[in-house]
Ligand binder design. Structure first.
Ligand SMILES: Nc1ncnc2c1ncn2[C@@H]1O[C@H](COP(=O)(O)OP(=O)(O)OP(=O)(O)O)[C@@H](O)[C@H]1O
Length: 541
């Protein structure tokens, strides 16, 4: 195994640019801890001249002294055997001794001006820096990332055991492994590595080596222990030592850390275009998957288009993926809603100027994105398109109309239920990961009995077609009920919202009605006359 002979060198890789992450080893090879550039030993090609063995002799003892620039006093340096000497070139160097288990000095880390390090001696059996000072089996021990930090921490803590790993964060786990028995003999092992990315990564690696429940992690407001000492933040350092938290694997959260979450103001949902639905859902929140369902031709697409249009007017980027229609129809929808005219139907023509104005205010904003699928609908490609809409186009609301058409377009669709499960899981993850609001349209299977949904049959969750995962993985499920075959316009054109699932507030059941206005092509809130009358009476009192 080769040993580091010099660290803190500039990386030779032209693409890296690090001024100090490159290390040279005693066999001549070099490695950059920033860009991972590897360099073979210079002049490694066979040569007739025998290689000069490196001088590995230890630097003879000089003297102990305080290091004012580091706020370290002489007693601390003496305790750790950290001395000042002159090297063979007459330069002043600081020498950190490394000992084997028997306490004999086997290697040294020699630091010269300009944060240059080299090692000498043999580190094969070296223990942690400072390890020889402490008996096995104490209560708490602190492990830090460098000799100066170890001495700084010791000086601030009084007499608590502190040790340091020899070669920085990158080889921390290796050093901890080598001294595992010693560290394991303590009740609590606190890791106080540098508060930077490599330091945090190294802590993550090291804590896993110890018996669960033993490793603790110390957080500092600055980079390391020496900075705390130099800044005079000794009390804070001592508190951080005692407040070191038990290490928890990623994702496990202690309730103690949830105060900020608790005091963050409740995010108000953005209102739906229909007040009655807001009373039950409290609006629509980012990161929610809302599934819309109904019998055939009941108005699901019409409803979700209204939502997309509302978000577009609010200034959001909107992704509108309607797989049963072409992009021309999608464009007509948005512009038609803006003009209050179903412009896709004959007799609703508008002047080019009017059309242009409406276009400028909707599609022309550049915030509306749709998907020209040319009839080919492969779920994998749809998922990647949806991701692109969220991440690449910055869409915060995505309309996906509808699920069944994606499922039927999928290859490997022998088991429809499993296919839907997979797709729903992917959609759910996408929503979680990107934080978008997604409105998904899904169909119903026929209910048993004479009356179909198209004749106004009440919807239940069990009627959703395909798989229970649609319900399970949605935050909210909203059904649209109406009797399409009624003779009376007032009945035929009025759809009731039925909230079938509501993870947010738990309130389910009927959530008001909307009427389809055939002149404007809009879904407008609807209050039956008798209730409207009641309201009027109420307001008189
Ligand atoms: N409440 C309503 N009353 C009457 N007509 C409506 C109502 N809502 C929508 N419509 C009209 O009904 C037709 C079908 O609506 P839409 O496409 O929105 O239904 P859908 O439920 O999405 O249909 P599908 O089951 O085919 O996906 C459209 O022409 C639309 O304008």
């Amino acid at each position: 195994m080769s040993e580091v002979v010099e660290t803190g060198l500039p990386c030779p890789a032209p693409t890296c640019g690090s001024s100090d992450a490159f290390a040279r080893y005693d066999d001549g090879h070099g490695y950059c801890f920033s860009c991972k550039h590897y360099e073979t030993a210079e002049g490694e090609a066979p040569s007739s001249a025998p290689k000069q063995p490196k001088d590995k002799s230890l630097v003879p003892f000089g003297h102990y002294q305080a290091i004012p620039a580091r706020s370290l006093n002489e007693a601390t340096c003496e305790k750790f055997g950290y001395f000042i000497a002159e090297d063979d070139r007459g330069q002043k160097v600081q020498v950190a001794p490394y000992r084997n288990k028997a306490g004999q000095i086997v290697g040294q880390k020699v630091r010269s001006a300009g944060k240059k390090f080299r090692t000498t001696g043999d580190f094969k059996d070296a223990t942690l820096f400072g390890q020889h000072l402490w008996r096995d089996g104490g209560k708490r021990i602190l492990v830090v990332e460098g000799e100066i930090d170890a001495m700084s921490a010791y000086q601030m803590l009084g007499n608590w055991p502190v040790v340091s790993i020899p070669n920085g964060a990158q080889s921390a786990a290796k050093a901890v492994k080598a001294s595992l028995e010693f560290l394991e003999s303590y009740d609590v092992v606190i890791f106080g590595f540098d508060m930077d990315e490599p330091g945090r990564e190294a802590v993550d690696e090291c804590v896993r080596l110890l018996t669960p429940g033993k490793a603790h992690v110390m957080e500092l407001p600055v980079k390391d222990a020496n900075e705390m000492l130099v800044d005079g933040r000794i009390k804070e350092f001592v508190s951080a030592f005692w407040e070191a938290r038990l290490y928890r694997p990623d994702g496990i959260v202690n309730g103690l850390d949830l105060w900020d979450q608790l005091t963050t103001e409740i995010e108000l949902g953005r209102p739906y275009p229909w007040a009655s639905l807001n009373d039950v859902t409290y609006g629509e929140r980012f990161g929610e998957l809302v599934t819309w369902t109904s019998g055939s031709g009941m108005g699901k697409s019409t409803a979700v288009a209204e939502i997309g249009y509302a978000r577009l007017l609010e200034g959001q980027n909107v992704g509108y993926v309607a797989l049963e229609e072409n992009v021309r129809r999608s464009a007509q929808r948005m512009v038609g809603l803006h003009l209050n005219k179903p412009i896709h139907l004959p007799g609703n023509e508008v002047s080019k100027d009017e059309l242009r104005r409406a276009y400028e205010e909707t599609l022309g904003t550049g915030r509306f994105f749709t998907f020209d699928h040319f009839g080919s609908i492969q779920s994998e490609s749809i998922l990647s398109k949806l991701r692109f809409l969220a991440v690449g186009c910055g869409c915060r609301t995505i309309i996906l109309d509808h699920l069944s058409i994606i499922v039927s377009g999928m290859e490997d669709n022998d088991d429809e239920r499993k296919t839907i499960d997979r797709l729903m899981t992917n959609l759910r993850s996408l929503v979680e990961e990107t934080g978008v609001s997604m409105h998904l349209v899904s169909h119903l299977r026929r209910p048993s009995g004479d009356k179909g949904h198209e004749q106004g049959a009440e919807i239940s969750l069990a009627h959703l077609r395909g798989s229970h995962s649609i319900v399970q993985l949605s935050d909210i499920v909203i059904g649209l009920e109406r009797n399409q075959q009624s003779e009376e316009d007032e009945v035929r054109d009025v759809a009731n919202f039925r909230v079938l699932k509501n993870r947010y507030s738990g309130i389910t059941g009927l959530a008001g009605s909307v009427r389809y206005d055939r002149v404007t092509g809009r879904l407008v809130p609807y209050v039956p006359e008798e209730l409207a009358l009641d309201d009027d009476l109420g307001s008189d009192f």
